[in-house]
Design a protein around this ligand. Structure first.
Ligand SMILES: Nc1ncnc2c1ncn2[C@@H]1O[C@H](COP(=O)(O)OP(=O)(O)OP(=O)(O)O)[C@@H](O)[C@H]1O
Ligand SMILES: [Mg+2]
Length: 364
């Protein structure tokens, strides 16, 4: 019973069972919200028509409040005689006998389940509930507690995966797309500056804008369907890095170079991590450091490990400070990429002394 996730259905079943088992005329179960009302309220023994006529859901007051706020069971021969009884809407049945129990999980009150019999003067006094009834209802309340706790755990785990998923997509978008868009902006600005002075070069820059836009669209599509960068599959890591460096070298004033040892092939996930970290480290160096030179190296590090090194001679920064400031995705994403493939990332930088980013990953 408690395995089902359609919690409302389970609660409905518990309420109907309670009414049938204990021979009550009415049964209800309420899960409070934070505003003195009910997030869920299921009833049995009330027709749809009656339900509509009664109107809005009850509030957490009077006897309901005693169960929900103090976890006190309530067994009353006649509800209406209780000093806490505050009346009910016109269309509400005139209840007499009442039995209600809190639904608890440890210390926490999750809701309340209650039964009632109508007070009908023509029928004589309503049947009162017994201690045995209370014992039975306690068992059903325990079932309801399990159902509610399960539902809550399920919601919580769903939220957690959603949060994880959001972080992943944010990083993918950052790595794949925001860099492309940044280059696109730069190129568009260059084109704008050249339009009157040098229309031919402006035209060439605009062609580059259109290429970059197409690439950004491809990368975006890749993020959505979780594809690796296409160039990795087509050309492999070394040529992909090589051409990436060449493109940046041409596009920026800084001298960007690439050098590599003979390194064995890496598993696909490691290759992707190396490429993404190289792209972000390069991007940061070109955007933030004012470097005149940026060197990218792919080195054999022993034991089939491979080390990527991106070093610039720019102004440097304080990684610890940036980390505490939060908000930036690049450094976080590089660390995630590294740990995601069993690798490690080291950033060495001091103001005025350039920056070295080193990623080491296990080989195949
Ligand atoms: N090579 C570098 N030289 C100088 N400063 C750097 C370098 N790399 C990073 N930084 C500094 O660290 C900050 C954080 O970098 P990070 O890549 O996390 O974020 P970002 O580049 O500002 O934004 P994005 O989230 O788009 O990457 C940068 O804003 C910059 O101040
Ligand atoms: Mg960055």
């Amino acid at each position: 019973m408690s395995r089902q996730l359609e919690v409302r259905e389970v609660l409905q079943r518990i309420v109907s069972s309670a009414r049938a088992l204990l021979g009550a005329q009415y049964a209800a179960l309420g899960v409070p919200d934070d505003n003195d009302g009910f997030a869920q309220f299921v009833v049995d023994g009330v027709s749809d028509e009656q339900w509509r006529a009664i109107g809005p859901l009850p509030r957490q007051h009077g006897i309901l409040a005693a169960m929900l706020h103090e976890a006190n069971p309530q067994r009353l021969a006649d509800l209406r005689q209780d000093p806490r009884f505050g009346g009910w809407p016109d269309a509400h049945p005139e209840l007499g006998a009442f039995l209600g129990l809190p639904i608890v999980d440890g210390e926490e009150i999750l809701g309340a389940i209650f039964l009632a019999n109508e007070h009908d003067p023509a029928q004589g006094p309503p049947r009162a509930f017994t201690a045995e009834d209370e014992r039975l209802l306690r068992i059903l309340a325990a079932h309801a507690a399990i159902a509610l706790t399960n539902a809550r755990l399920y919601e919580r785990s769903r939220e957690l995966t959603l949060v994880g998923e959001r972080a992943r997509i944010a990083h993918e978008l950052h790595d794949a797309v925001s860099q492309k868009l940044f280059s696109l902006r730069l190129t568009a600005q260059a084109a704008a500056a050249l339009v009157t002075r040098d229309p031919d070069r402006a035209r060439a820059e605009l062609a580059q804008v259109s290429r970059l836009a197409a690439e950004a669209a491809d990368e975006l599509r890749g993020v959505v369907v979780e594809l690796r960068p296409a160039a990795l599959d087509e050309d492999g890591l070394l040529p992909t890095l090589q051409s990436h460096v060449e493109v940046l070298d041409r596009a920026h004033a800084a001298d960007v170079s690439f050098r590599h040892d003979r390194v064995g092939a890496l598993p696909p996930a490691q290759e992707e991590a190396v490429l993404r970290v190289a792209q972000e480290a390069l991007h940061n160096a070109l955007r933030h450091s004012g470097a005149t030179g940026v060197r990218v190296e792919l080195l054999a590090a022993g034991g089939r490990r491979v080390r990527l090194r991106v070093a610039d001679d720019g102004r440097g920064f304080e990684p610890e400070q940036v980390r505490r400031a939060g908000r930036h995705l690049g450094l976080v994403s590089m660390r995630d990429r590294a740990s995601g493939v069993g690798g490690s990332l080291r950033i060495e930088s001091f103001p005025g002394r350039g920056t070295v980013v080193e990623l080491e990953v296990p080989g195949g």
